[in-house]
Unconditional design. Structure first.
Length: 392
């Protein structure tokens, strides 16, 4: 039986020519881009664009310079491309600060905040989830390309290719699942459920500059200088974990996905192409102390659920601004919005806080509310991040 291929190339910085050459070499080692992705096909590219939006130098998102070179390769074979993620932003266009709006506009590529389109309910034969709300851009594309960022994670230890698919469901549900599945192993099962709904055709890891320590948004930068690619997301994660000093058995998403047959994590079943593992393994990569020490397992479930519940934003209708245009009604995946007495009304028991109504309303009639304690927590988190950035 042929082995699963993972290709690795060195790239020291986000320089266009070097990234382009490394991507070409990686993809040629896997069989060439036009054999993996059919020319002139519809392609959706899932980036990692963690909310709230941040500039690329903060090392939180898939770097736009990295994505740009892949876009050029896909455009050269005539693909119809959409780039996207589901993001929360106080600004009207959350892709401006990250640089994604600029690169996609310059190349004529469609860039979408997934809540602009809404989500589709599908059957999910998972261990935890029996249904899922997935972006139709993902479901209707011919090919799904996954561009994760190499980062640690203070709950799941590692965030890579499998976990990056968490962004294809609504933001509100993601917050709710954090509250509902407080155990890291159960949370991992849920993440793999979502991954199983839309396994990517190609995965390319931005590991040029990684994040170590307390990721996925507050850790320091680590210069790793690599781009990794594979058609098997699980194998890509397993190899990346090995490079940074993790055993794939320590990472729930990798272990669970492999056990379910969604990919391989077994070293003897993976063929490494390009760089040699012994030349690129990192001995001083800082893991998350929270994930391996003061983990969420030690936080009582009721307390964790309360905290997460306070953080969820809830849409509310500003009656004076509502024009009853019904756009929010058409986009709601749960049918939670109705027009009553010539005004929109949200049925709280049905609302999943996906924020689609807020995204599509052009009359500013939908506002997002949060409980007072939630506002306090977010304020404290912002102060912590600024303090850590200053100290680093």
């Amino acid at each position: 039986m042929p082995k699963t291929k993972v290709s690795i190339q060195r790239v020291s910085a986000y320089e266009s020519e070097n990234i382009r050459n490394a991507l070409k070499k990686n993809l040629d080692l896997l069989g060439s881009i036009d054999r993996i992705i059919r020319p002139k096909s519809r392609v959706f590219i899932k980036i990692n664009h963690l909310s709230p939006p941040s500039p690329p130098e903060d090392n939180i998102i898939t770097h736009p310079a990295f994505t740009k070179e892949l876009l050029r390769l896909l455009l050269a074979i005539g693909c119809q491309i959409t780039v996207g993620d589901d993001i929360q932003s106080k600004k009207e266009d959350g892709f401006l600060i990250s640089g994604y709006r600029e690169i996609c506009t310059s190349l004529g590529v469609r860039l979408v905040n997934l809540k602009e389109i809404g989500f589709r309910e599908i059957e999910c034969r998972g261990r935890i989830l029996k249904k899922a709300y997935i972006s139709p851009l993902v479901l209707d594309s011919d090919f799904l390309i996954n561009l994760p960022k190499l980062k640690t994670h203070s709950f799941m230890a590692f965030t890579g290719a499998v976990k990056n698919l968490y962004g294809i469901i609504p933001h509100g549900l993601r917050c709710g699942y954090h509250r509902e599945f407080a155990n890291s192993e159960t949370f991992g099962q849920m993440l793999v459920d979502i991954f199983s709904c839309a396994p990517p055709h190609l995965n390319i890891m931005d590991a040029i500059h990684a994040m170590e320590g307390e990721g996925p948004s507050a850790g320091p930068k680590k210069n790793v200088g690599l781009i990794l690619a594979s058609q098997d997301a699980v194998a890509l994660d397993a190899v990346t974990e090995k490079i940074i000093g993790l055993d794939p058995g320590q990472v729930h998403t990798t272990k669970i996905a492999a056990e379910r047959g969604l990919g391989t994590a077994r070293r003897e079943e993976i063929e490494i192409l390009g760089e040699r593992m012994q030349d690129i393994e990192i001995t001083d990569f800082k893991q998350s102390a929270v994930a391996f020490g003061l983990s969420r397992k030690k936080i009582p479930s009721f307390l964790h659920a309360f905290i997460q519940g306070q953080l969820i934003l809830v849409p509310r209708i500003r009656q004076k601004k509502c024009t009853a245009c019904e756009v929010c009604v058409s986009v709601c995946p749960k049918g939670a919005v109705q027009i009553m007495a010539n005004k929109a009304k949200i049925e709280k028991s049905l609302c999943i806080s996906c924020m689609c109504c807020h995204e599509v309303c052009r009359f500013h009639a939908v506002k997002l509310g949060q409980k007072p304690f939630g506002r306090l927590l977010r304020g404290m988190t912002a102060v912590y991040k600024k303090t850590m950035a200053f100290l680093s």
